[in-house]
Design a protein around this ligand. Structure first.
Ligand code: NCD
Ligand code: ZN
Ligand code: ZN
Ligand code: ZN
Length: 419
């Protein structure tokens, strides 16, 4: 045995004192007692599968003053996340083989966590050319950072058909651009007026009418849409900011995000639907912009909030407050994304990659944006409670110890042969 981790293990539906045996990066045994020279004794602490974030914007290439794979993956690691899927709205966008290959070359050897790259294109031929190297296709039905719009039924349908042939996952930013207004907005209320919930409902209804079964809906803001998605055979992603923040949060430009923060009642409805198990996955939609950019006049300030480091820790604190069942959290943040994107992670089980995170439920801290690892240097969750991981293991290697980095840039592309 290369390494044995002992503690209160999360085994699908319960916590149980036991040992995880690791060899060659995989879990090879889960038993009450296991021998091994190298041991981590977590004692009463909780040992969970590490999380996977199916939606981050690490900004490389072209906007590395906001983030890059080094800073972004470091933030992920400190948030208990060992796999990320990165979005294609970079400069240049990841929309053809050449830019995809360039990006893969750039990222190789730089990431502390495993990664997959989303691409975007409205040309089936290009999708086919990129399918072996990309984690999935991203479709933007509403305008947002970058301008990579595809809001035409026929074009969307053509891409869905091609993606299905190629067995490629599809994630959609579902806001119908026809229902988005571009009026001047000076506060979160104004931004919400420009991007009403109807834009989201309409986009999802159109996808349903297109027969878009199997599509993944990014950053769902309304509880009703979670139900619609289940009936239509779609998966869903929810982001912490839509569960924890609303237009009353007082964040001004820092709270500007697409889809927008909603009314308090919509937020609490979403949160309670999620805690009762209605969402498929949690995805942070980590969209860093610098403090300076977010301090600009509201109307020109860019949309997006960081979250890859705080998502799971905020929810761990919610577990401690008895708002969120631990089983639901682990299912949404670890198991479901791994299953959805075909990665052998997310469960403490023989044969899985040994990606684990150790949490001490007694160590509740308060979020300080300046102490986080994203290059953007701030957090919309300033002052909120979180439980950060103390130890994070990726493929059997200790990457984080006592909350401090001790690993190397060992992240791999999930589309490479090692899996
Ligand atoms: C994202 C970004 O900045 O890249 N912004 C956002 O408000 N969520 C893009 C996106 O996911 O829509
Ligand atoms: Zn989006
Ligand atoms: Zn528009
Ligand atoms: Zn996004």
């Amino acid at each position: 045995m290369d390494l044995v981790v002992e503690g209160r293990l999360f085994l699908g539906d319960r916590l149980e004192q036991g040992c995880v045996g690791i060899e060659d990066g995989r879990i090879v045994a889960v038993k009450k007692v296991l021998r091994g020279e190298r041991r981590i004794d977590a004692g009463y602490r909780i040992v969970l599968p590490a999380a996977m974030d199916p939606h981050v914007h690490f900004r490389q290439p072209g906007m590395t003053h906001k983030e890059d794979f080094e800073s972004g993956s470091l933030a992920a690691l400190h948030g208990g996340v060992t796999t990320v899927l990165d979005m294609p709205n970079t400069i240049p966008p990841t929309d053809r083989s050449a830019s995809l290959k360039d990006k893969l070359r750039m990222v190789r050897g730089r990431s502390f966590v495993d990664y997959g790259l989303f691409i975007t294109t409205d040309l089936p031929r290009r999708l086919e050319a990129m399918s072996k190297l990309a984690a999935g296709l991203k479709i933007f039905m509403g305008s947002t950072t970058g301008s990579l719009l595809n809001n035409e039924d026929r074009s969307i349908q053509r891409m869905l058909k091609k993606a299905a042939e190629l067995s490629m996952p599809v994630s959609v930013h579902a806001e119908d651009d026809m229902l988005i207004q571009h009026e001047e907005a000076n506060d979160l209320k104004g931004h919400l007026r420009n991007r009403p919930a109807e834009a989201e409902f309409n986009a999802v209804q159109r996808l349903i009418a297109m027969g878009a079964r199997g599509v993944n809906l990014c950053h769902v803001t309304r509880a009703e849409i979670l139900d619609m998605a289940v009936r239509a055979g779609m998966s869903t992603e929810v982001a912490c900011h839509h569960m924890m923040l609303d237009i009353g949060c007082g964040l001004a430009g820092r709270g500007k995000v697409n889809p927008p923060l909603r009314q308090p009642a919509a937020r609490t409805a979403l949160y309670s639907a999620v805690t009762s198990g209605k969402a498929t996955m949690m995805g942070s939609d980590h969209a860093p912009h610098t403090i300076e950019e977010k301090a600009e006049e509201f109307d020109i300030c860019p949309s997006g909030v960081p979250g890859v480091e705080t998502s799971f820790p905020l929810m761990m604190a919610a577990v401690k407050r008895n708002e969120m069942p631990l089983t639901e959290l682990v299912r949404m943040a670890c198991d479901a994304p791994a299953r959805r994107f075909g990665i052998p992670k997310g469960r403490i089980e023989e044969g899985m990659l040994a990606d684990l995170a150790v949490y001490d439920p007694r160590e509740v801290t308060v979020i300080d944006g300046g102490e986080l690892h994203s290059r953007c240097g701030w957090s919309p969750y300033e002052g909120m409670e979180a439980i950060f991981p103390q130890t994070v293991i990726m493929a059997g290697e200790i990457q984080l110890k006592g909350g401090e980095l001790c690993g190397e840039r060992k992240g791999r592309n999930i589309k490479d042969a090692w899996i």
